[in-house]
Design a binder for this molecule. Structure first.
Ligand code: NOJ
Length: 740
């Protein structure tokens, strides 16, 4: 029943979603399974166990490695971080904008292209499984350390981002690993705490983007450290049943590193691969699988069929991506400085720069502060304007906040081959423009004010950083952050730096590089702050991406992938010291602000442009197949009843310059549905439109997009009654309203 409900919906959704590139899609596992089963027949129990057990941390070149099986030409599989590039490779791969920054582009083609380029680089240096992308943490807690590795805290947008990234990565031949499944929403106590979410919340928020990952063919899923409703995720039959039953996942489940805690139970529940193959705790160096798994099979406590299933899944993923054909061997060693790998960057810097610019969100722009037009002089203030003087990679796993924040810290990082800081890119344009640049490259308020007092325009650079909990980074003296942020303030006394500059310069432009929302109230209270430019961790081309926006080489088009509140307590969530009861349920981020009637500072989906757009011509069409209507919807295929509705409208560029608009569709469920968020994102499009021109936009709604998760029947249900349809420029700037 369970299986059927999801499988039917998912299969149809995939068929309907206009031709995924080869190597993705749910339907094409068959041939890979045939090959995997034939290969399996040639393996001994000890070979099989070698394929499912890591060779211990630092036991191979990658962060995760398994034993080879030469009889079937199977290599020591290389699993390597990270979601934004290839970790531990020195200089020869691209340091991409982080997930949250790409999320802010809302751009399917950029997501896909980044995935493809990143996947090609992973393959180019011999990585078999790239450990990304990230849909968990989803980001329900604004302070949580690793939110920036994922795309947004909206499940719909996250799902599309997972879809596009995975299709891109796997079209280049690398196996994607959707992580971390599931409820891994904070760093504090992540290895012990339990996330206790109700079934509806689990499905409508947290499982949702993983469903998109799986039915777009993700080869693997990483189970998370935390417990889910009282059982460790990697040991939980329920968690594995969701993946392999409900979602009909055909690939393999790999543990997060040391997230396994038993030999038999993990195997029987459904874990398929353990990484890195050692348990550091009890006793040190002990290994749950390896010989212990062989013993467990021999004693009958783990069925042989379960081990065969593990191996079949792992081999099928490998065959399905064609990794049995001329796949490069591993060409780097993570543990010797990552030197010597071939340069596989190609011209990817261009794409990295495009994304760096398109992910920037213009929050405020008054008195025509931006774009800049050849100012006579400009002061650049703050250490975030420059590269860390000790070097972009000086802190291991980027575990410090010195200089420009272009990625967070932890395992979700890569080495910068180079890093263009704002100062570099602005200096280059200033030479052309004849602008005098005055730099104050510290966070000293005195020297910042001194620089700003001499310039026509002052740009203040502030940031906020976070990362994975195994590294603690100093925020302000005495205040360290072990992964999660302690608060939502700018780091290094950023508010005071802005105040000092704004006190002496009437055209103060604030540039923020942040892993997530920060509280901007003090900054916005400064009357001389004319503009606020908000960027995520934008990778190696950060400075050039910024310059493209502030000089008006293109219009800003990024929109917030989360809400910026007026105060931290306006969010309904916080890092918790013990287990997390998920009492907020469905009401996270804008779903909560809407429900509770709280006005945010900048709402989910918000972002300014250098031009303006108008919306018109709303039409809704619901294809009620249950009423015997057999006509498929436009854009769908004959027999396709998964796409159930369309919403169409027209966007017009009413300003003077070209610009891209991200139009958004929100749906409010009929009153017959159980209590639900007032509106939820269920569609978006990004259209580049010339001044005076219009474009027609069609949002296609899948059945799931109009459903709630019905717990008693364990299925998605379309409620009867009238749906509210909202189309607009953000979650609160609704331009067109209708019903369906
Ligand atoms: C632990 C992290 O949670 C995970 O994301 C990463 O892939 C592994 N370590 C390997 O570094």
């Amino acid at each position: 029943m369970l299986n059927l409900a999801w499988a039917t919906i998912l299969l149809l959704a995939d068929i309907a979603s206009a031709s995924p590139p080869s190597g993705s899609g749910l339907g094409d596992w068959g041939p890979a399974y045939t090959k995997a089963k034939a290969a399996l027949a040639k393996l001994s129990l000890s070979d099989k166990v070698g394929l499912v057990t890591g060779v211990t941390w630092e036991g191979g070149s990658c962060v995760g490695n398994t034993s080879p099986a030469s009889k079937i030409g199977y290599p020591s599989l290389c699993l390597q971080d990270s979601p934004l590039g290839v970790r531990f490779v020195n200089g020869s791969t691209t340091a991409w904008p982080a997930g949250i920054h790409v999320g802010a582009t809302w751009d399917r083609s950029l997501l896909n292209a980044r995935g493809a380029a990143m996947g090609a680089e992973s393959k180019g240096v011999g990585v078999n499984v790239q450990l990304g992308p990230v849909a968990g943490p989803l980001g329900k807690i604004a302070e949580a350390g690793r939110n920036w590795e994922g795309f947004t805290n909206d499940p719909y947008l996250s799902g599309i981002a997972m879809q596009q990234t995975i299709r891109g990565m796997q079209s280049s031949g690398v196996q994607a690993c959707a992580k971390h499944f599931i409820l891994n929403e904070q760093e504090l106590n992540r290895q012990s705490m339990s996330g206790n979410a109700d079934d509806r919340t689990l499905h409508e928020l947290y499982i949702w983007p993983f469903a998109d990952a799986i039915y777009n063919g993700a080869a693997s899923v990483m189970c998370s450290y935390n417990q889910v409703n009282g059982t460790f995720a990697c040991e939980s039959e329920k968690v594995m049943q969701i993946l392999k039953g409900e979602l009909n996942f055909q690939g393999f489940v790999v543990s997060d590193w040391n997230a396994q805690s038993s030999t038999v139970n993990s195997a029987v529940s459904g874990l398929d691969m353990t990484m890195p193959g050692s348990d550091f705790n009890s006793p040190p160096g002990s290994i749950y699988w390896g010989q212990n798994l062989i013993n467990a099979v021999n004693s009958g406590s783990v069925p042989q069929s379960r081990v065969d299933d593990m191996v079949t899944r792992i081999l099928a993923s490998w065959y399905r991506l064609g990794q049995d054909q001329n796949y490069p061997p591993v060409l780097f060693n993570s543990f010797n400085g990552g030197n010597g790998a071939p340069d596989v960057k190609g011209d990817h810097g261009t794409l990295a720069r495009t994304i760096a610019g398109d992910g920037i969100v213009l929050l405020k722009n008054s008195k025509n502060a931006l774009p800049l037009s050849k100012p006579k002089s400009i002061a650049l203030v703050g250490q975030d304007a420059i590269v860390n003087p000790a070097g972009a990679n000086a802190c291991s796993d980027r575990g410090c906040d010195t200089g420009l924040m272009a990625m967070g810290w932890g395992s979700g990082t890569s080495e910068f081959p180079y890093l263009v800081a704002p100062y570099d890119a602005i200096s280059a344009q200033s030479k052309i423009d004849g602008t005098k640049v005055i730099l104050s490259s510290t966070d000293s308020t005195a020297s910042g004010a001194q620089a700003a007092a001499q310039a026509d325009v002052a740009m203040v650079f502030i940031n906020a950083d976070s990362g994975e909990g195994y590294i603690s980074v100093q925020n302000v003296p005495g205040d360290t952050s072990a992964g999660d942020r302690n608060n939502l303030n700018a780091w290094h006394n950023g508010d005071q730096l802005v105040a000092a500059v704004a006190a002496v310069n009437k055209n103060t432009i604030v540039v923020v590089h942040s892993v997530g929302p920060i509280i901007l109230e003090n900054i916005l209270a400064q009357p001389n702050v004319t503009a606020v430019v908000f960027s995520g961790p934008a990778g190696e081309e950060s400075g050039n991406g910024l310059a493209d926006i502030i000089y008006g080489r293109k219009s800003p088009s990024g929109k917030l992938p989360y809400t910026i509140a007026k105060k931290a307590t306006d969010y309904n969530t916080a890092v918790v010291p013990g287990n997390d009861p998920y009492t907020e349920g469905l009401f996270i981020d804008y779903r909560h602000f809407d429900q509770a009637g709280i006005t945010p500072r900048y709402e989910f989906g918000y972002g300014l442009s250098y031009t303006t757009f108008s919306y018109s011509n709303l039409k809704t069409n619901f294809y009620d197949h249950s009423a015997g209507n057999t006509k498929p919807i436009p854009g769908g295929k004959q027999g396709d009843f998964d796409n159930v509705a369309t919403v169409t409208m027209t966007v017009t560029n009413t300003g003077k310059v070209a610009g891209a608009e991200i139009s958004q569709l929100y749906i409010g469920l009929p009153s017959s549905a159980p209590t639900s968020p007032p509106k939820q994102l269920r569609g978006f499009h990004k259209n580049l439109i010339q001044p005076g021109k219009s474009q027609d936009v069609t949002f296609i709604l899948r059945r799931r997009d109009l459903s709630y998760w019905d717990v008693p029947s364990q299925s998605w249900k379309v409620p009867s009654g009238t749906f509210n349809v909202y189309v607009g420029a953000s979650s609160r700037d609704i331009r067109l309203k209708g019903t369906m």
